[in-house]
Design a protein around this ligand. Structure first.
Ligand code: PLP
Ligand code: ZN
Length: 419
């Protein structure tokens, strides 16, 4: 049984049927899925959810599909890790990492949104599935299209990391690299979707795609024992994830699955692409587009489609934001690996660096609980770390050479200790 009731304009509230529509023809506002929340509240209990398999469909009543899930049976339900060693470095009492760097099958949060968009695409009879991508979305769209046997087109800006391009190409889609920025790619895909009726996960299927991101928020609450944290620090690219975490929290409270004060949600961006942070700092209602220039390519979107909703959510929850430089991003990546053994990509480095800044500036009080959103995997962007991490020390194969190496190390340590 489905509790999904249709689409509604998030600005003027006009109601639309549940088709491959994404903008309101009255006011051009984005369309959002609607649900029978009273019905969900009567049916869904913590026990019902807990008894289901560990994937994002455990929250299926809150997702915009009419039939059965078609893909994503191993997506979602990623670890929420208590990070005490990292917390000590930051001077925090209670710190968690929500770790979508190990989301299945393509190692980023995008497998949540694509699982929902692809299932809905099949329900709508779409046979050509595509996206405009900064890398991770293409990887996920290509993988799920492969599994579902859909024809697939992945459009990317031409300057992406080799690991991200390969990660899409391996599943056999048509990969089209555009001579321009992500925002140019997005504009072209909008035209292609309109002209050919193809399903673009993050464009004309965006109303469905976006809903998958709520599961990231649902899981944080369930994994904390149906308790809200006090702060969430979240990266912002196109602006899908951050407002949907907020929406997920509100829905859990509305149906009675969780109670208490909602978390403050803080936005993280790279200084080289920070339209949302700029808008927060300058009191703007809509972000002003910028031209990206940062190593955090997966979140380098200069004109975020859901920027308005990010600002509404951050302000509405009493959150704030921080823009961090590329050097801080690289330092945060190594700090995370050194303290918690998690290798994230620059988007995750951005989020952690922003959290560090917000703690240092006392925006986040040290005794309050914090969740940092780790959304992508560092093995895809290893090139970004090339000058940051030392190579191995090469030695011969004899024990004597090893001991020479070791006594070198001792001397270095003694010198470092002032001995
Ligand atoms: C896409 C992406 C995000 C966030 O994107 P939104 O468009 O704001 O939802 C964050 N981190 C990584 C690694 C991503 O690939
Ligand atoms: Zn409208």
């Amino acid at each position: 049984m489905s509790y999904f009731t249709g689409l509604r304009c998030s600005l003027c509230q006009e109601v639309f049927p549940a088709e491959a529509l994404y903008v309101c023809d009255k006011c051009l506002g984005p369309l959002e899925a609607t649900y029978d929340l009273d019905g969900i509240g009567r049916r869904v209990t913590r026990e019902l959810i807990a008894a289901r398999p560990g994937n994002l469909w455990r929250y299926r009543e809150f997702l915009p599909i009419e039939g059965e899930p078609r893909t994503g049976f191993h997506a979602g339900w990623t670890p929420l890790i208590r990070a005490d060693r990292l917390a000590r470095e930051l001077g925090l009492r209670e710190l968690y990492l929500k770790d979508d760097s190990v989301n299945h099958p393509t190692l980023s949060y995008k497998d949540r949104v694509v699982s929902v968009a692809a299932t809905r695409a099949v329900e709508l009879g779409i046979t050509i599935f595509g996206c405009a991508s900064t890398g991770n979305l293409g990887n996920s769209v290509a993988a799920h299209a492969g599994r579902l046997g859909l024809a697939c087109y992945v459009f990317i800006p031409q300057d992406l990391e080799p690991g991200k391009i390969l990660g899409s190409a391996v599943s056999g889609p048509h990969v089209v690299a555009i001579d321009g920025t992500y925002d140019d790619v997005n504009r072209l895909c909008t035209q292609v979707g309109d002209r050919y009726g193809w399903g673009f996960a993050n464009i004309n299927l965006r109303s469905y795609y976006a809903e998958g991101a709520k599961t990231y928020g649902f899981e944080i609450v369930e994994q904390l024992g149906w308790r809200f944290p006090q702060h969430v620090v979240c990266p912002v690219a196109g602006g899908t994830l951050l407002p949907r975490i907020g929406r997920g929290f509100r829905e859990l409270r509305d149906v009675g699955l969780a109670d208490g004060p909602l978390p403050r949600i803080h936005a993280a961006q790279a200084a080289g692409c920070a339209p949302v942070i700029h808008a927060l700092e300058n009191g703007l209602e809509h972000p002003e587009p910028v031209r990206p220039n940062t190593i955090a390519k997966s979140i380098a979107i200069g004109n975020p489609a859901d920027g308005y909703h990010v600002l509404q959510t951050v302000r509405g929850t009493g959150g704030s934001g921080a823009a961090v430089g590329d050097a801080e991003i690289l330092d945060a990546i190594t700090l995370l690996a050194r303290t918690e053994g998690i290798f994230t990509e620059p988007a995750g480095g951005t989020t952690l660096a922003a959290a560090i800044r917000l703690v240092r500036d006392e925006v986040i009080p040290r005794e309050e609980s914090v969740v940092v959103c780790i959304t992508g995997n560092g093995y895809k962007t290893a090139d970004a770390m090339a000058d940051t991490v030392p190579g191995p020390r090469r030695i011969g194969r004899s024990l004597r050479e090893f001991e020479a190496y070791l006594s070198d190390r001792h001397e270095i340590h003694q010198r470092a200790d002032g001995g």
